[in-house]
Design a protein. Structure first.
Length: 302
């Protein structure tokens, strides 16, 4: 049985929504971030633009909408005021955009002739396809994703960026079964959808196996917000924006990307998988740190 049959997408669902049902669910909830009347107004406004409609129906983002949030949406003019807030003021989305720029900077510094890079899950593969390869010879890129639509859009993205030495594979990240193939593997997103710490460690083990000896993993994790722990690293966030974000993504959308982890937990998971963490780079809000880790070759006793 193929991976595409055995496994299901965890970043988003394929469904529709009934506005009245969502209203009823909201009315039954306790402990809302904002008054019920305000959240009902937000719900109404969300279903008036495409990004909001997708979030309401799918509780998360696919490759297309992730690229939209990071690259294409913020440049748009004359958009709905709530969409503008999501793209420019929502703390989590601002952190996602900054995280992407940090990934780009770290990946660009690593490039060398003959490099083989991978992106898992690749989405539209902007993390690799938008790098400057003008001074790199004989590079290769591999994009892997379980979502066939994301792979098709990534292929178009590669053509748009005039990059031909790239391959795309439909594969589940927890079942890669690839060994010593890549010099660099970039992975953003999967761990924030998985609440089981052991499964996240297993994911890192798949990445470890796929990398060549001394290979580099660039990944990230989402830290717990202030309400979860006194040691939260979140900062530079206006309370109004924090509450509005909670109202939208927790109360209304019930986003499924809220698997929070501390730095110590993430370090331990990567260490258990065999990696040596070289550095952790925090965004300016302390929400979405980037990790650069190296594959340490294990020495087996005779």
């Amino acid at each position: 049985m193929k991976d595409s049959v055995k496994h299901t997408l965890i970043s988003h669902q394929s469904s529709t929504y009934e506005l009245n049902d969502l209203k009823e669910q909201l009315q039954k909830k306790t402990g809302l971030a904002l008054p019920l009347e305000e959240e009902l107004k937000i719900l109404e406004e969300l279903q008036s633009f495409e990004l909001g409609q997708f979030l309401l129906a799918n509780n998360g983002l696919d490759g297309f909408w992730t690229a939209y949030v990071i690259l294409h949406g913020p440049a748009k003019k004359n958009i709905d005021s709530l969409e503008h807030w999501i793209l420019h003021e929502a703390p989590a989305f601002k952190a996602t955009q900054e995280r992407f720029r940090i990934f780009q900077r770290e990946l660009q510094q690593i490039l060398f002739d003959g490099i083989h890079m991978a992106s898992v899950p690749c989405g539209l593969m902007d993390d690799l396809l938008t790098l400057d390869f003008s001074e790199v010879n004989h590079f290769k890129a591999t994009g892997m994703d379980l979502d066939p639509l994301s792979l098709e859009l990534a292929k178009k993205n590669a053509r748009f960026n005039n990059i031909s030495n790239v391959e795309f594979i439909q594969k589940d990240a927890w079942d890669l079964n690839i060994y010593d193939k890549f010099d660099v593997l970039a992975s953003n997103g999967l761990n924030i959808y998985e609440s089981d710490d052991n499964k996240v460690t297993n994911l890192y083990q798949q990445f470890y196996q796929a990398l060549k000896p001394d290979g580099i993993l660039i990944t990230s994790f989402v830290t717990p917000p202030p309400g979860f722990t006194e040691q939260s690293t979140w900062k530079n966030i206006e309370l109004e924006n924090l509450l509005k974000q909670q109202a939208i993504f927790t109360d209304i959308i019930q986003a499924n990307w809220q698997a929070f982890r501390t730095e110590s937990t993430s370090r331990q998971q990567l260490t258990d998988a065999g990696f040596s963490v070289e550095k952790i780079i925090y965004d300016t809000q302390g929400i979405f740190p980037t990790v650069v880790a190296r594959k340490v070759c294990r020495i087996h006793a005779a």
